[in-house]
Design a protein around this ligand. Sequence first.
Ligand code: IMP
Length: 424
Amino acid sequence: MAVSVVVGAQWGDEAKGKIVDLFAQHARYVVRYAGGSNAGHTVCVDGTTYKFHLIPSGILHPNTTAVIADGVVLDLRAFEIEMAALQEQGVDLSRLRIGLGVHLTMPYHRLLDELEEAQLEGRIGTTKRGIGPTYADKAWRVGVRVADLLERDRLAARIQRVLKRRNPTIERVYGAKPIDADELIAEFTYRAEQIRPYVCDVPHLLMRAVENGEPILMEGAQGTLLDLDYGTYPYVTSSHPIAAGACLGTGIAPNRLTEIWGVAKAYTTRVGEGPFPTELEDATGERIRNRGREYGTTTGRARRVGWLDLVALRYAARINGFTALAVTLLDVLSGFSPLKVCVAYRYNGTETRDFIADAHALARCEPVYTELPGWNEEISHCRTLDDLPRNALNYLHCIEEYTGVPVKLVSVGPGRDQTIYTNP
Ligand code: IMP
């Protein structure tokens, strides 16, 4: 049975939410493996739009169990708001599971992220959701985990210990008001009861599911180029969105993965700071942004927009071991001709097809483009490859040829039906 991973192939926002929703109907478990409330996944079903930040979008399917695995960081204040919104829309959350090893994003993490981002020097352009400080505390082994939350004394001890370190920083480095430990202990003692019914041992749950041959879908957040180790450091998130991160975040062994899907937009976007070789800061970029409604689900920020970067996509294909690609938002490119795709970087006087992840060096790379003829027809009604204009097919072939990965799915709009399976 399939153990599939859906990974963002670029800098996030590749419309993974829609792809996960499509695949989830065949899955017994849909599992978030990394990141936290920095993610924003939008799913449109029968005219209703659902927004997810922490809860796997697979929860919309009645036969799936949605799992927040141990690699995720969970902000319980954000979680409460998300739960309430989904319940209001009639979504049944009883099939949700949360791992004992999940680290909590606490109010001091969010505060520290906000305070740090308010400094002009060294800004990353984060979502200010406290992601970096949470993973930092995890690595420093002063984090608070779901397992701690469930026992009041253990929770109190963890919070007191970490605030002894974080409050002086909040006060003396940033000049902000320290966090009251007693108030926090009281709030989180109450929040423990909100999530207690969902908590379980996720690695064992999933290992058993793998052994029983139950189909599992692992849902990535963010994208390959935001990976802490393999992205454009320091302009990255603090977790591992790549396929290997799915194993780290869930406890499922690498040799159990059967399918690794990369999801890539037909062009490129990025939010936050950091180098972006194919960025378009002109009217063409503005048109793509408007046609693609490129504004963040989580922060509402306008996304930076650019041509498709095949150098970066080939890197993503290799580092993740993609077995298939889903190309999304192809419909956005109608009416642009010619279309440019980046096939190499010029760096230090030489041309290379190898992505340069070092942010400092990448900022000095010049994109080398190939031009492809575009198409004028709107394609959002297309349902088979035969419906697509010839130049749209050529564009897809160019992606396959350059990356060496078959394009098995094409998305031409947000709806479930606006999907073309290339090998139905
Ligand atoms: P953080 O994850 O909030 O720490 O932000 C670090 C970087 O990752 C920033 O450039 C963010 O804009 C980016 N980022 C985080 N989450 C997402 C996402 O879901 N989509 C796109 N970019 C993201």
